[in-house]
Design a protein around this ligand. Structure first.
Ligand code: MG
Length: 203
């Protein structure tokens, strides 16, 4: 499986990092070794002093497809979960300044904790899904899909023009504002609506 991630999909997050608003989705990949499941702890890597949490809704692909049109995109994902796109912000800033790829900052081991998934029936209105992240019991990030620049169907269609989607692939759909550094001992809890679906510790 592969993890496809979308950057800069929420305007207020673009503003907090002083990035430019994209004219098409910003896309990057994480390998399967980035995946953390079953509330496994995240081990803070030693190569970064500034690992940021980015809470994101995650689509699970249920059918192989490429060159998908947006009006058919909903047929290609059947579940939504929540995950953290961990980012070594210090490394990413260096790489961005040099015009180099982001993988060392975004795709390292354990950089993609993911919750269990909820079926689409759970989401009568995909354009208004609340989600968020608590760190040590305090809200750090709260988002709603109405604030996305590119919606789920647009994203699935867009990435399928570059990468064949396969069953089990995951798409991270971008983070709202409020990203910040984590430290050893932090407890992260990610929510969809009122439900805490992901709960793990930084070690
Ligand atoms: Mg992200």
């Amino acid at each position: 499986m592969k993890i496809i991630a979308i950057g800069r999909n929420y305007a207020e997050h673009i503003a907090e990092l002083q990035n430019e608003r994209p004219t098409e989705p910003v896309v990057f990949l994480k390998p399967d070794t980035a995946l953390l499941k079953d509330n496994a702890p995240f081990y803070h890597p030693s190569f970064s002093q500034d690992i940021h949490h980015e809470v994101e809704l995650v689509l699970r692909i249920c059918k192989e497809g490429k060159h998908i049109e947006p009006e058919f995109a909903h047929k290609y994902y059947d579940q939504i979960g929540v995950g953290i796109d961990f980012t070594a912000r210090d490394l990413q800033s260096e790489l961005k300044a040099k015009g180099l790829p982001w993988e060392k900052a975004k795709a390292f081991n354990g950089s993609a904790p993911v919750s269990g998934f909820l079926p689409m029936e759970h989401f009568p209105d995909k354009q208004h899904i609340d989600f968020g992240l608590k760190v040590n019991g305090e809200w750090r990030q709260q988002g709603n899909t109405s604030l996305m620049l590119y919606d789920f169907d647009y994203l699935v269609a867009h990435v399928s023009h570059y990468f064949t989607l396969k069953t089990g692939d995951l798409i991270f759909t971008g983070t709202p504002k409020g990203v910040a550094a984590v430290k050893v001992g932090d407890r992260l809890q990610a929510y969809i609506g009122e439900e805490c679906l992901l709960d793990f510790e930084v070690k």
